[in-house]
Design a protein around this ligand. Sequence first.
Ligand SMILES: [Fe+2]
Length: 235
Amino acid sequence: MHRFIEKIKNYEEKPYVIKNFLDPREIADFVKLYDELPIEVNNQRQKIVKKKWSKKYFPKLQSAYNEKLKSAIGEFFMDNPKNKMGEDSLGLFQESFMPVSLHVDTGFDFDKIIYKQTLLPLTEEGETVIFKNRFYGCSTTFSINEKELAAKGYNKRSSEHLELYNKKPFDKATHEKYLKHEEIDNLKGLEIEMVYKWKLGEILIFDRTNLHCSSSNLNGKKIGFTTSTIRNEIN
Ligand SMILES: [Fe+2]
């Protein structure tokens, strides 16, 4: 459990989208950057390709991105895991062909004041569902599926979310519309805050304590860039 929960809660707010966060030239640079970056992970099981933005790639775009992020969310420190070469990273590009399942990106260091998670779409394809429900443990993928619970990955696997919220059955029509890839019983007690339809140039900003997942509406593939931030610097 995170130590500075009260401080973390003080920074919490509803998710929001900034339109025209990037101009067309910056969007093109991001696409080029993605092409040039080396592959960090190619996960066949989850059909995901991951690339991390290390400091040696596109430094000018990095400063522009950092500055824009600062004007959007105020003071922050980056909190992205290093790449496999041990280099600092500004965030993670994920190319996925399957919807990402229910999880939270709270990290593993309970001394950090976790802050915002950002999502920058690099395709017009893609939809993200943010729930009102929050979690203050470590980064976890929430599931009731035995196979998924036994799977190894960066996130912890757990079904503990079902004990935290009310156990109200999830609405069938909403499940059918956005969340077919999740078992409906895995969504008990969850309430949707926002369904974000990806759009180039925009950025979605939400709290790291918000449960979220992809929507099941995915034709082909999507590419998104995510950044994790904290308020206190810890080294
Ligand atoms: Fe996430």
